[in-house]
Design a protein around this ligand. Structure first.
Ligand code: URA
Length: 426
């Protein structure tokens, strides 16, 4: 059936509810190029202001999922689970998590993206490993899932193609920050990926998409509802992003830190969050009898990591790229580090070359920020606190500008708990 795009726009503009057949038509027609950007821009702005009710959102998300292929992983003969993070600074949990969960008997099919703005992309991080490639054919993807149990690779063109067009349009029309549009964008891709269980890590704080815990909770609830409605067991953790996670933000530095976790070490907050997410993924896949901490301790997770990297052409033993220049920032006072602002650290890492401004830009594997102490730890005036890594020393002054006011000792900032909330379908 064909509709008039103007009627669809007017209905939403005036606060009405769109009918299921209107939603299916407009998503499909836009994906095929039969409705132009200017009309869908107007519709997105109307959705931004008027929202979508639960029924509209379920149909909208389903239409986006159905714009491409929904993978069927049932032939694997093993439970499957995946994790999605809404994005944060130093958030490298996918890297240790995928091999860890696979080592516990649950396959992890992770189709991932590149970073844009101040939060890094998983593929950018992994590409700092010499030889590693993000693109796999369908046959390679399935073989690796069967033989290794974990894959992190680039999403193909057929994964929710409606989202690719809609996201690009939202990016240039000021309509990114809308809970129904974010939720449908993320969940259409995750549902299409075909995993049986999904854990969402919804970040909150300065370095996150959603700065306020209540908005993050609402996004989490919305996404959990969409996942469950599509038959995917879905749980969300709302987690802290007022400070960066772990001790490093960038590409190679985050891979190095992930390998430390897989070797049984690593920063306490990163280990805690990785294990919390692993437990949720295992429980969602029906394996809550397994303790993932054992697989970290006894080296099984590291074995899967090495096989996962090797299967995609990477050399897990090759030295990671190191920066041409390092610049040290010292602690301003003696006391407890009470502030290390996630957004500021993310912008600094980005300005040092770790991230991109436009999606075609290259990223530097060696650029990033490493910190010697985390929030809540003691520091001494003058001790090295932050280390800025870059290939281009001219980038350092702008990175330092981003860090102005980002560090606080004995201030009255109250850090968020690492895990603020756990949201399940009610
Ligand atoms: N990530 C997505 O995939 N989509 C959004 O809309 C926001 C973050």
């Amino acid at each position: 059936m064909t509709f008039d795009a103007i009627d669809v726009i007017r209905t939403k503009r005036d606060g009405g509810a769109l009918r299921p057949d209107q939603i299916r038509w407009v998503i499909d027609a836009y994906t095929r190029g039969a409705v132009p950007d200017e009309q869908v821009s107007a519709l997105l702005m109307a959705v931004f202001f008027r929202g979508l009710d639960a029924d509209e959102l379920a149909v909208w998300t389903r239409a986006m999922t159905d714009s491409g292929e929904r993978k069927d992983l049932s032939a694997l003969g093993r439970p499957t689970a995946d994790k999605h993070s809404t994005g944060g600074v130093g958030d490298k949990t996918t890297l240790p998590l995928a091999p860890l969960v696979a080592a516990c008997g649950v396959a992890v099919p992770q189709l991932s993206g590149r970073g844009l703005g101040h939060t890094g992309g998983t593929l950018d991080k992994l590409e700092s490993i010499p030889g590693w490639r993000a693109s796999l054919t369908d046959a390679e993807y399935v073989r690796q899932l069967r033989e290794v149990g974990a894959v992190i690779c680039a999403a193909g063109d057929d994964l929710a193609p409606a989202d690719r067009k809609l996201y690009a349009l939202r990016d240039v029309t000021g309509t990114v920050e809308s809970i129904p549009l974010i939720a449908s964008s993320i969940m259409s891709k995750k549902i299409a990926e075909g995993a049986g269980a999904l854990v969402l890590d919804v970040k909150t704080g300065s370095g996150a998409f959603m700065k306020e815990p209540d908005a993050s909770r609402e996004l989490a609830r919305t996404m959990v509802g969409l996942g469950e409605a599509a038959g995917v067991r879905t749980v969300a953790l709302v987690t802290a992003m007022d400070r960066p996670l772990g001790r490093a933000a960038g590409n190679a530095v985050e891979v190095a830190e992930s390998v430390e976790v897989l070797a049984g070490g690593g920063p306490a907050d990163l280990v805690e969050l990785t294990l919390a997410l692993a437990r949720e993924m295992l429980a969602g896949a029906g394996r809550d009898d397994v303790d993932p901490a054992d697989a970290l301790r006894d080296g099984r997770a590291m074995d899967v990591w090495r096989r996962m990297i090797t299967a995609q052409g990477g050399d897990p033993d090759a030295p990671l790229p190191s920066p041409a220049e390092k610049h040290v920032v010292t602690a301003p006072a003696t006391g407890t580090l009470t502030r290390l602002d996630a957004y500021a650290v993310g912008i600094a890492a980005w300005r040092l070359g770790a991230g991109r401004a436009r999606k075609e830009d290259p990223v530097s594997a060696a650029a990033g920020v490493v910190w010697a102490a985390g929030v809540g730890e003691r520091v001494t005036a003058g001790q090295p606190l932050l280390e800025l890594h870059t290939d281009d020393p001219d980038r350092i002054p702008r990175a330092l500008e981003a860090l102005d006011g980002a560090v606080g000792v004995d201030t009255d900032d109250v850090p968020l708990p690492l895990v603020l909330d756990r949201i399940t379908a009610s």
